[in-house]
Each structure stands twice: as structure tokens, then as C-alpha cells.
Design a protein around this ligand. Structure first.
Ligand code: SIN
Length: 190
């Protein structure tokens, strides 16, 4: 896992860079090289735990639930933007292969600057799509699922913590977090 900017020394670098916006595990778990990391947001998209995970936080038999984006007028999704070189996308395409595709959209940095960004999103109808469910149903599913990347609950709790650490709220994520903690007998969080 790499949390540090990519070294430029002695490497044959592609001659351009691009922004990648992360709103799920890409906020708290990089594992790829980047040159800059800046809090940012995209608009018109809402973060939702509507995507199944067969390969990271669940299995084919017991899929987990992970974040994707759904179109919603007026929505603002806060996350983390990374300045990367295009070669990094090869590894990311493998990591995000379970239903995600790359989309280009406008990017708004928290300091007011703007740019364009790539974002991985899993749209309705992909092979791992699960769709809408109540916070309690989602929390129940998350509480029992685990995959090669670890327990599904850790994905949820790390994402909820990361959003708070960036100084933002996400009602959807918080509702599922509270439901999960209640199921675990830890209502109110710890
Ligand atoms: C993302 O974090 O931007 C994509 C979804 C995920 O990998 O959790």
C-alpha cells in the first residue's frame, strides 16, 4: 500500500497526468502511486451501497455491499482526488473490475479550484449490481460478508471514518454505520 507521492527519480514517466476521484475504498486505501492527493467533490452523483462485491468484500455465494454512485440532481459527493499517471489505471481497472467503469466528470477541489476527473462507477445493470435496500437490510448484509480484502464491515467503518475526517457528512453512509453498530450491540458508535 502506498500513501506517499510517487517518486520521479530515475523513472520513465508517461508525459501527462490526470485526476482520479475516489469516493469509496479509494479514499482510505490507495495501493497505487500518485503525485498529489487533495480533498474534492463531484456533483450530480450520490454515494450508495448498492453495488455487490464478489471479489473484495464478499464472495459469489455471499456478496458484500460496497459503494457506487447513482445520479441525483443537486447531490454533492465528497471524496479524495489523486493526481496520477495513466499507467496506474491498468492496476485500478483490475481492482475495480467487479462492475465498475471509468467515467469523466467535473471535479471541485475543497480549496475552490476546478478540474476534470476520472471516476470509477458501477451503474445499474452490471453483473454485481444489488440496488436499493433499507439501511438495516444493507447493514445486515454487510455484517455477514467478507472477502479477500477483508470483512465488509471494515470497508463501511473505514469509509465512514474517512468522510468524517475530511469534515463532511454522508447521511446514507452514517445510517448504515449506525444500523451495523446497533446490530453489533454498539449503538451510538465507538
Ligand atoms: C472508489 O473508491 O472510488 C470506487 C469504489 C471502491 O473501490 O470502493
Amino acid at each position: 500500500m502506498s500513501e506517499t507521492p510517487m517518486s520521479r527519480a530515475g523513472t520513465a514517466e508517461p508525459d501527462y497526468s490526470l485526476w482520479l476521484f475516489g469516493y469509496g475504498s479509494l479514499i482510505y486505501k490507495t495501493g497505487f502511486a500518485f503525485m498529489e492527493r487533495r480533498p474534492a467533490s463531484i456533483t450530480g452523483w450520490a454515494r450508495r451501497f448498492w453495488q455487490g462485491s464478489h471479489d473484495h468484500r464478499g464472495t459469489l455465494e455471499t456478496p458484500g455491499r460496497v459503494a457506487t454512485l447513482v445520479p441525483q440532481a443537486g447531490a454533492v459527493c465528497h471524496g479524495m482526488a489523486y493526481l496520477i499517471t495513466p499507467d496506474v489505471l491498468e492496476g485500478l481497472d483490475v481492482r475495480e473490475k467487479n462492475g465498475y467503469r471509468r467515467v469523466v466528470t467535473d471535479l471541485y477541489f475543497d480549496d475552490g479550484e476546478r478540474s476534470e476527473t476520472l471516476v470509477y462507477m458501477a451503474t445499474e445493470g452490471n453483473e454485481a449490481w444489488l440496488g436499493e435496500a433499507s439501511a438495516l437490510e444493507i447493514a445486515r448484509q454487510i455484517s455477514t460478508a467478507a472477502g479477500p480484502s477483508g470483512p465488509n464491515r471494515d470497508y463501511l467503518l473505514m469509509l465512514a471514518d474517512s468522510i468524517r475526517e475530511m469534515g463532511h457528512d454522508d447521511d446514507h453512509v452514517e445510517a448504515i454505520e449506525q444500523a451495523l453498530l446497533a446490530l453489533e450491540g454498539r449503538a451510538g458508535g465507538s
